[in-house]
Ligand binder design. Structure first.
Ligand SMILES: [Zn+2]
Ligand SMILES: [Zn+2]
Length: 252
């Protein structure tokens, strides 16, 4: 069982203050989501039984592919006296799929992302083949440098697809939030917390509680265990969550 870590505070790049969010109530809903994942063995909750989309089976999470993070965001009732809205998300893509009905969508447009990858991948792969065929020397070094620049441009193009929004109707870019840092890690913006907060902001929902857990076979570095609760990651999420939570807490 993974260690239960509490939700940290995040410094905000918009107002300079520290923002945080509770996690107790979201954890309770995470436990319910775990039960559902176990019962269904799939992320396709909408088609139980024989109509289940086979690509959404959770079986690969317990094999070589290893587990994945899942998360819950509890939002305040949109109308007084109404019911809380419970949002759920999986981190990154699930089995190569960005969008699954009932789950928070990614921040980027999957069609635009796929088109960019289709365009850039062959050129990068062709360069790699050429590099492998060359013996060490100046030509090989030039090719390696060319590939490095091409990959960087491609990453920049992808990072440019993310609009980071908060709860004060403000938006910013990954470049602004990561300025002064070594670089933007691949997959930034694809974790559960940013997906959930982005969806809430876009739909005028007020977030109350957020929690994330790991489901499946322990990750390679053995830092995440099946059913363990974990705080949002330090490298990708911590630099953006302060901004994303701005305007969502109750301090004012
Ligand atoms: Zn993260
Ligand atoms: Zn702020």
């Amino acid at each position: 069982m993974g260690e239960i870590l509490s939700m940290p505070d995040f410094r905000c790049a918009s107002c300079g203050k520290i923002h945080s969010i509770a996690d107790e109530s979201a954890r309770a809903h995470c436990l319910k989501l775990m039960d559902r994942l176990k019962l269904c063995g799939s992320l396709d909750f909408e088609h139980p039984g024989s109509e289940t989309d086979q690509r959404l089976s959770t079986l690969p999470l317990f094999g070589e592919g290893r587990g994945q993070m899942f998360g819950i965001l509890v939002c305040a009732p949109p109308i007084p006296g109404g019911q809380e809205i419970i949002l759920k998300a999986f981190s990154g893509q699930f089995n190569g799929i960005w969008e699954i009905p009932g789950w928070a969508p990614p921040l980027l447009d999957p069609a635009i992302f796929d088109a960019a990858v289709k365009l850039a991948d062959p050129a990068i792969k062709a360069l790699s083949t050429e590099i492998d065929a060359r013996s060490p020397g100046i030509e090989r070094r030039t090719l390696i440098e060319k590939r490095r620049i091409l990959s960087q441009l491609h990453m920049r193009e992808i990072h440019d697809m993310y609009t980071i929004r908060n709860f004060k109707d403000e938006t910013t870019s990954l470049f602004a939030l990561f300025s002064g840092r070594i670089g933007i890690p691949a997959g930034t913006g694809d974790c559960c917390a940013p997906k959930l907060l982005n969806y809430a902001s876009l739909h005028g929902l007020k977030p109350l509680s957020l929690a994330e857990f790991f489901w499946g076979r322990e990750n390679r570095s053995a830092t995440k265990q099946h059913r363990g609760f974990y705080a949002p990651c330090n490298d990708k999420c911590a630099p953006i969550l302060g901004y994303m939570l701005c305007g969502a807490d109750n301090e004012d």
